[in-house]
Design a protein around this ligand. Structure first.
Ligand code: PLP
Length: 420
């Protein structure tokens, strides 16, 4: 991973590096309904640079075979590239060992794996799991399913009206029964950046392990799981400019070593007989069956891509876009930004008085603007804020100020139509 770009100054001109980064994303160079595409739905899924598309294409054209069990050349090449992808993920989040990186289908599967494997051996009736009111359903429902099965209690920490999670709110939920704290690093619906380092330190004072859902964080900021001292950290490749169908569960080696398998099948066993089966050590114990091989390689290409630009530089660019867009949206009559935390990542949720979010989204699409509308798989936070949904504009490294200008102009036109 090249870090040299991190040395570039962060005071960015109007177009910044984003114009040239944008050129790496072929899909963005198209018109939608006769208008230039403005893609503001990166929090749902980011677009893919040609470096990722080419890496996957190259792999399928030249090196594709199943991994781990083949003695032939193609299988060995595929295995080498798949395991190199694991090492790339390890470096990207600064984990200590490759075997602490488990490939999954995505963050959702990573959390289900934890609930099913770690949860089953560590949680009993009466135990409590602390989450927050602003979690994505992926960090609520797997724990709720386990809670029903096991008599475990889910305890959501309260958020402020601005959408912040304070340490006091977490502290108020911790009891002698708390067995896990599981919180988002960045909230998908509001963009709030949670104080995860402090939350982890707080939980560790009571020897409680912490899972961080980093789905919306890894694409926006450098993440160092060892500096955070996270026990578990999960994310999805597709929000990090990589392919869908691949995600990551990071776990501290000792925790993973004590966990039983999640799924059974090929590649996760040492030996199988009808009298009994023995399992491999992590990470292979948790990767039953043929994995998403090309997708892992695509994820490594995405990691290499963002590394070449530099995560600090991406963060600086997105901070500037977020500030620019926030100021412009604040100038729109009867528009209210939902989620005004002091520390936010590149997401703006909003509502407009008298206009339904899905009508706004549908009309914006006619202007070539792609936004997401609805509850964003975070119904509890919508309920907490008294809303059925919002419009969410989310930004990526390829978002430019021109995109924001087009978005704001379209929004003014749409608002006029809906309120006429
Ligand atoms: N957690 C957060 C914060 C998310 O934003 C998402 C997806 O939007 C998920 C988890 C689930 O990710 P996936 O659907 O890729 O498994």
């Amino acid at each position: 991973m090249t870090q040299s770009a991190e040395l570039f100054p962060c005071a960015l001109p109007r177009t910044s590096g984003a114009e040239s980064w944008r050129a790496d994303f072929p899909i963005l160079a198209q018109q939608i309904h006769g208008k230039p595409l403005v893609y503001l739905d990166s929090a749902a899924s980011a677009q893919k640079p040609k470096q990722v598309l080419e890496a996957m294409d190259r792999f399928y054209r030249n090196d594709y075979a199943n991994i781990h069990r083949g003695v032939h050349e193609l299988s060995q090449r595929a295995t080498q590239q798949y395991e190199a992808a694991r090492a790339a993920v390890r470096r990207f989040i600064n984990a200590g060992h490759d075997h602490e990186i488990i490939f999954t289908r995505g963050a959702t599967e990573a959390i289900n794996l934890l609930a099913s494997s770690w949860g089953r051996i560590n949680l009993n009736a009466g135990d409590e799991i602390v989450i927050t009111e602003l979690e994505h359903h992926a960090n609520i429902v797997p724990w709720q399913m386990l809670a029903l099965e096991r008599g475990v209690k889910l305890v959501p920490a309260k958020i402020t009206d601005e959408g912040e999670v304070t340490l006091d709110a977490i502290r108020a939920c911790l009891t002698s029964r708390t067995k896990l704290v599981a919180v988002a690093h960045v909230a998908n619906a509001l963009g709030t950046v949670l104080p995860v380092a402090e939350i982890i330190a707080l939980a560790h004072m009571q020897n409680i392990p912490v899972l961080i859902d980093g789905c919306q964080a890894v694409c926006h900021m450098p993440v160092d799981v060892r500096a955070l001292d996270a026990d578990f950290y999960v994310f999805s490749g597709h929000k990090l400019y990589g392919p869908s169908g691949i995600g990551v569960l990071y776990g501290k080696a000792a925790l993973l070593a004590a966990m039983p398998p999640y799924q059974g099948g090929g590649d996760m066993i040492e030996s199988v007989s009808f009298s009994g089966t023995t399992f491999k050590e992590p990470p292979h114990r948790f990767e039953a069956g043929t994995p998403a091989i090309a997708e892992a390689i695509g994820l490594a290409a995405a990691i290499d891509y963002v590394g070449t630009i530099g995560m600090n530089r991406i963060a600086a660019h997105e901070r500037e876009i977020l500030a620019y867009a926030t100021e412009k949206l604040r100038g729109i009559n009867r528009l209210r930004i939902v989620g005004t935390a002091r520390d936010k990542a590149a997401v703006i949720s909003f509502v407009i008085d008298g206009a339904h979010p899905s009508d706004i989204g549908t009309l914006l699409d006619q202007h070539g603007i792609a936004v997401r509308t609805g509850h964003h798989c975070a119904q509890p936070v919508m309920e907490r804020l008294g809303l059925s949904g919002t419009v969410r504009a989310s930004f990526g490294l390829y978002t430019t100020k021109d995109d924001i200008d087009r978005f704001v102009a379209a929004l003014e036109a749409v608002r006029g139509m809906l309120q006429a």
